[in-house]
Design a protein around this ligand. Structure first.
Ligand SMILES: Nc1nc2c(c(=O)[nH]1)N[C@H]1C(S)=C(S)[C@@H](COP(=O)(O)OP(=O)(O)OC[C@H]3O[C@@H](n4cnc5c(=O)[nH]c(N)nc54)[C@H](O)[C@@H]3O)O[C@H]1N2
Ligand SMILES: Nc1nc2c(c(=O)[nH]1)N[C@H]1C(S)=C(S)[C@@H](COP(=O)(O)OP(=O)(O)OC[C@H]3O[C@@H](n4cnc5c(=O)[nH]c(N)nc54)[C@H](O)[C@@H]3O)O[C@H]1N2
Ligand code: SF4
Ligand SMILES: [Mo]
Length: 677
């Protein structure tokens, strides 16, 4: 008798630092096609440690969702109609028509009329990154992928060059841990066992965040600073480090440039001045700086929270330079992590046909999609995959209006009938991570993950790469890399002499599944300098604190933060009843009791949130988890779950960060009023 189910090991494809190795049970116990039945963590994996997060244990429900698109669908009614009406079409019909319309656009208006809009729905090198190849070869505008990490990346690069991080297994050596602008218990949950191990060994854990999230509740101390003031707090810490002689002067001398300039910039940031700007009290600032100054190793885990502000790049740069002053980079478990992704030294020269990208190609900043989709933006077709911009992009009501234009061909490759897919002219059914092979890096650890295809695709779902290869054939594209298989891509990516990849071959990846980079034991990436042009950690130009242009005022007296929800992964999982229920059934806006009283808001009652760009209606939760002047709404929920059907991004703006052209989702200033009041 053959077993009806079996377990396979697969890397989680989602945009999450943990890149877990999952034990996935697949099979056909009821005699139908094979499907995904159960997800847990691989007990043997050193980072995953046998558990999947509360979200991904529900992946089978999304893979087998009754509304999952399984056949190509063509829209037959107007995109402005309240409900989409589809007809099922064959792949050939869909691809022939789409290719013909692309050909007509290319011939009449040129490649700048074709928009690719994508992000990290899958982190796979094949179905995520290499899938862009067709668009690069056609000469379509380059999408600057700025919605998440670009401000942080730009800031880190200025100081350190390549993004290296501390190996999570080394975190247990730290004696002070600062979780700064990261809700790690929700967003990096496989760090938690290492935090707990460090704590058992005597470490103290401090969380720096404008509201009491899960991580703040877990920490030993919570510094509830005013949003956007991290550069001031970091400079205040530096003031004390210099004033008390807590700097590692040998490290400053041999591994950094610009220490004198930074010392001068920090000089004015007395604990009192720091307190005034950050809203903390001066003694708290002093004690925090003393802890950092006198505890080796100190480990700082920064998230992207502090970067999602107008001065987000500078905020992150200021914080991440602290370990260069203390010399923590020389101590195992000390230093800072934004991302570990720089350690994956793959040969990316032809990944996504980078080598075919024309030098003068126009760029589209993905945070400015609402603007790009106006008729004067010049686009005649938009290809959206691995992304749900109708929900996640800033100024999303205008994004939706753009997608609804009847002169714009909208093609959405999707696993779920998202609100973006609902605005498509064509929905093309996409495979999930169990249904296509792929290779994954990580931004929270140092393992490469290989996934073989575990089960057949349901219905007529196809990988992104298959769809673009089919279109490429119809368009007569001859660039070979567009047609690569995963095996060919892997061979290319691993063609490198870099020491981090020594001994790592496609054969070994296939045999072992999860393979750690060949890093030296006790990897201390910045112990002697950095990968900047000078080879040193660059402390100059010294970061300066600046107040936002979007100051709070009588019209917009509250700062709204919209950080991730515990039970969703961005908008992924937002269509699963189990998880929306666990998250409170509908999105709530948290308001401090003092603000509730000032603005006449009642717990549980609906309120209207207004910003410069739009409005959204949400139920209020009155709580002192937030501070006066700050409102928090967790999660990019599907608009469908909200009282007004709008995404919260209907009220966020396209404002960009000071560095990297990044998103400013936590910078939104709002007015909150009782609905109908
Ligand atoms: N459960 C879950 N996990 C996820 C995700 C998810 O949606 N849900 N998303 C994934 C993705 S794509 C990403 S990018 C990461 C993001 O994960 P994080 O980096 O943890 O998320 P952020 O939005 O950056 O928000 C982190 C914290 O920053 C705080 N914050 C906001 N403004 C400031 C500020 O000015 N200063 C400081 N110090 N803190 C501030 C917020 O209140 C929040 O608690 O998580 C990944 N993991
Ligand atoms: N207000 C506010 N907005 C935010 C944020 C915030 O904190 N606040 N966070 C921002 C951040 S950090 C990020 S990273 C973005 C994330 O935004 P997105 O990248 O849009 O992430 P998701 O919302 O998870 O949507 C990913 C989509 O990709 C699809 N998908 C997954 N795998 C595949 C595949 O193999 N093929 C195809 N064709 N589709 C696939 C999934 O079904 C899902 O619908 O959102 C940003 N938006
Ligand atoms: S979403 Fe993150 S924590 Fe959850 S299983 Fe995937 S990689 Fe692991
Ligand atoms: Mo992100």
């Amino acid at each position: 008798m053959t077993a009806v189910t079996r377990d396979v090991l697969l890397t989680c494809p989602l945009d999450c630092p943990d890149a877990c190795r999952l034990k996935v049970t697949v099979g056909a116990p009821d005699g139908g096609p094979q499907r995904m039945l159960k997800v847990t963590g691989d007990p043997a994996h050193p980072v995953t440690k046998g558990f999947a997060c509360v979200k991904t244990v529900h992946y089978p429900a999304r893979a087998n969702h009754p509304e999952r698109p399984l056949y190509p669908l063509r829209r037959v009614n107007a995109k402005t109609a309240a409900r989409p009406v589809w007809e099922r079409v064959t792949w050939d019909d869909a691809l022939d028509d789409i290719a013909a319309r692309m050909r007509a656009l290319l011939d009449t208006r040129g490649p700048s009329s074709i928009l690719r809009y994508t992000y990290a729905g899958t982190m796979g090198l094949m179905e995520g990154h290499h899938a862009h190849a067709l668009f690069r070869v056609l000469g379509a505008p380059e999408l600057d992928e700025t919605i998440c990490a670009s401000a942080g990346t730009a800031a880190w690069t200025l100081g350190y060059g390549t993004r290296y991080g501390v190996d999570p297994a080394d975190v247990a050596h730290a004696r002070l841990i600062v979780l700064w602008g990261i809700n790690s218990l929700s967003t990096n949950s496989h760090l938690t066992p290492h935090l707990t191990a460090a704590r058992k060994a005597g470490a103290r854990i401090v969380c720096v965040d404008p509201y009491r999230n899960r991580t703040a509740a877990f920490a030993d101390e919570h510094l509830k600073l005013i949003p956007g003031t991290d550069a001031a707090l970091a400079l205040g810490v530096m003031h004390e480090l210099f004033a008390h002689g807590w700097t590692d002067d040998a490290y400053l001398a041999h591994a950094t440039l610009g220490a004198d300039e930074l010392r001068a910039a920090a000089a004015e940031w007395t604990p009192e001045r720091t307190a005034e700007v950050t809203g903390l009290d001066a003694d708290t600032v002093r004690a925090f700086a003393r802890a950092i100054g006198t505890t080796r190793p100190t480990y700082i885990r920064v998230g992207y929270g502090m970067t999602r502000h107008e001065t987000g790049g500078t905020n992150l740069r200021a914080v991440t330079l602290i370990p260069a002053l203390t010399g923590d980079w020389r101590h195992r478990g000390g230093g800072c992590t934004l991302s570990t992704s720089g350690a994956f030294k793959l040969n990316r020269t032809r990944l996504g046909a980078q080598h075919r990208r024309p030098a003068d190609v126009p760029h589209v900043n993905m945070n400015e999609l609402a603007t790009a989709l106006r008729p004067e933006g010049g686009f005649g077709a938009a290809f959206i995959y691995n992304c749900n911009p109708a929900v996640v992009a800033p100024d999303s009501a205008r994004v939706r209006a753009g997608l609804q234009r009847d002169d714009l061909l909208v093609v959405v490759l999707e696993q779920a009938l998202t609100e973006t897919a609902r605005l498509a002219d064509y929905v093309l059914p996409a495979t999930t991570f169990a249904e296509h092979p792929d290779l994954y890096t990580s931004y929270g650890h140092h393992y490469l993950g290989y996934n073989a295809q575990a089960i057949d695709a349901p219905g007529e779902a196809r990988p992104n790469s298959w769809v673009f290869q089919q279109l490429a054939r119809r368009l007569g594209v001859t660039e070979p890399s567009v047609y690569w298989s995963l095996d060919e891509l892997m061979a290319e990516l691993l063609t490198t002499d870099h020491a981090h990849l020594s001994g790592i071959t496609p054969e070994r990846l296939k045999a072992e599944g999860s393979v750690k980079l060949s890093l030296p034991d006790g990897f201390l990436p910045y112990a002697h300098g950095a990968e900047t042009p000078s080879g040193k950690v660059q402390l100059s130009p010294a970061p300066q604190y600046r107040a936002p242009d979007a100051v709070l005022n009588a019209d917009y007296p509250l700062r709204l933060l919209t950080p991730p929800a515990h039970h969703f992964l961005n908008s992924t999982y937002g269509n699963l009843p189990n998880l929306t229920r666990a998250e409170g059934s509908e999105p709530h806006v948290m308001i401090h009791p003092a603000d509730a009283e000032a603005y006449g808001l009642e717990d549980g009652a609906p309120a209207t949130l207004s910003s410069e760009v739009g409005q959204a209606c949400r139920r209020v939760k009155v709580t002192d988890a937030v501070q006066p002047g700050v409102a928090v709404l967790e999660g990019t929920w599907w608009g469908l779950n909200a009282p007004d059907g709008e995404s919260i991004n209907a009220i966020t703006t396209q404002t960009l960060t000071d560095l990297g052209g990044g998103s400013t989702f936590h910078n939104t200033r709002v007015r909150v009023e009782r609905t109908g009041g």
